[in-house]
Ligand binder design. Structure first.
Ligand SMILES: Cc1ncc(COP(=O)(O)O)c(C=O)c1O
Length: 415
């Protein structure tokens, strides 16, 4: 029945139904109740789980959290975030690859908050926002929430490398018609494909932006989403050298999240870090995004900020967290390798995976293939052009059995 009576104002009438990922997860859980969880592959959840399906947790992080005095839980944090937290955020995001330029940070509720402020403050209503054709769904939600249009370039070329010409074409086409361009680029360990741009690809991306920025009327804002960087392996930050001394009309905004790297999904903590060669642009970044904090959610979650501060003020604690995280990372790598090896063996095409929580299988009619998969008790998330399989939440054994089931389901739908 089509809806004819609304209480909400016209701009808020986007009704998008239940979240797809949660719906798939519910179906998997219902099946587990019927046939036992051992027989169900629930590859819908975007959080790292152990082989028994419990959330993987960095216990040092939780221990620090639990040891905080009551006041640290009860008190407000400053609107822009605790200054000590903002220093810790820079260390966590850059490690030894601190870009040359003026750098300012503002706390946000997770990486999501950083995406929101970037879209709201650096583009105007009706503008196009650019990302790749494979992207994390909430990019669209956040763009739509603010009356922006999410446009995409093709992520992979025919050799499964970054599609530079598609990117270039879209950047130039959008800049022809609007002054500011916000680009959302999730690398390393992209959600949903697991792709990480190589340093050479990063250099090419920045070169394209530098060329476009020769027109000084244009403003280019590159949002670099680091949500999964701590599961991206060695050398995952060397690309940041390309952020040194950029033209003043290119602003880099790093989206930092404590959700995956510190297993604090529910604490809603993260930050945005602005990098500019112009001191005024960096100051303005701090001011306008702090103002937006006040106007949207006020301040962030203080205990989470204190936890990150403590970790980066104490070398031993940091080493402990990194050692625990390495175990989770190894587990994730083993699962991904098990899936990829078997995919190769059975001839299942997957998007080029380098690291991260997800592997994506490109296919026609993903909804129907997913339906078919449920007959084999495999639950994964249908996207527009393929299926997202969350290796982060599936045991190695189940990961190695899944590709064959994908081949079978894709064949069944093709018939
Ligand atoms: C690509 C990507 N960016 C950003 C985030 C932000 O997460 P949070 O808001 O929990 O920090 C996520 C979380 O799933 C993500 O997948």
């Amino acid at each position: 029945m089509s809806k004819s009576f609304f209480m909400v104002a016209p701009h808020s009438r986007t009704i998008s139904g239940n979240d797809k990922i949660f719906a798939v997860n519910n179906a998997a859980q219902a099946m587990a109740k019927k046939i036992g969880s051992n027989h169900v592959v629930n590859a819908s959840i975007g959080a790292l789980m152990d082989d028994e399906g419990n959330l993987s947790i960095l216990s040092t992080v939780i221990d620090i959290l639990r040891s905080l005095p009551s006041e640290e839980f009860a008190a407000y944090a400053p609107i822009a975030g605790l200054p000590s937290f903002l220093e810790a955020v820079k260390k966590a995001a850059f490690k030894e690859f601190v870009p040359k330029g003026y750098i300012e940070a503002v706390a946000t509720p997770g990486g999501s908050g950083a995406i929101r402020h970037t879209i709201r403050n650096y583009s105007k209503e009706g503008d196009d926002i650019l990302t790749s054709d494979w992207y994390w769904g909430p990019y669209h939600t956040i763009a739509e929430e603010h009356n922006r249009n999410l446009k995409t370039y093709t992520l992979f070329d025919k050799n499964d490398k970054f599609h530079l010409s598609s990117f270039t074409e879209k950047v130039n086409a959008i800049l022809e018609k609007q002054r500011n361009l916000v680009i959302l680029l999730n690398s390393p360990a992209h959600n949903p494909t697991g792709y990480s741009l190589s340093d050479e690809e990063w250099k090419n991306v920045i070169d394209v932006l530098k060329t476009a920025a020769k027109n000084k009327d244009k403003k280019i804002i590159l949002f670099v989403d680091l949500a999964y960087i701590d599961f991206a392996g060695e050398n995952s930050r060397s690309f940041m050298k390309y952020f040194n001394n950029l033209p003043e009309n290119i602003l880099i905004i790093i989206g930092f999240s404590m959700s995956k790297g510190y297993t604090l999904y529910g604490m809603r903590s993260g930050a945005m870090i602005g990098i500019s060669s112009n001191e005024e642009v960096a100051k303005e970044f701090k001011q306008i995004n702090s103002f937006s904090n006040r106007g949207v959610w006020s301040n962030g979650t203080r205990p989470a900020m204190v936890v990150l501060t403590k970790i980066f003020e104490n070398k031993e604690l940091l080493e402990k967290v990194e050692a625990e995280r390495k175990k989770l990372h190894d587990m994730l790598n083993e699962r991904a390798n098990a899936f990829l090896e078997e995919a190769k063996r059975v001839g299942l095409k997957v998007c080029p995976y380098k690291a991260g929580f997800f592997i994506t299988i490109p296919c026609d009619d993903p909804e129907r293939v997913c339906e078919e998969l449920t007959k084999d008790a495999v639950f994964a998330v249908p996207l527009k052009k393929g299926i997202r399989f969350a290796v982060c939440s599936v045991s190695k054994e189940k990961c190695s059995k899944a590709p064959e089931k994908f081949v079978k389901a894709i064949k069944a739908v093709k018939k």
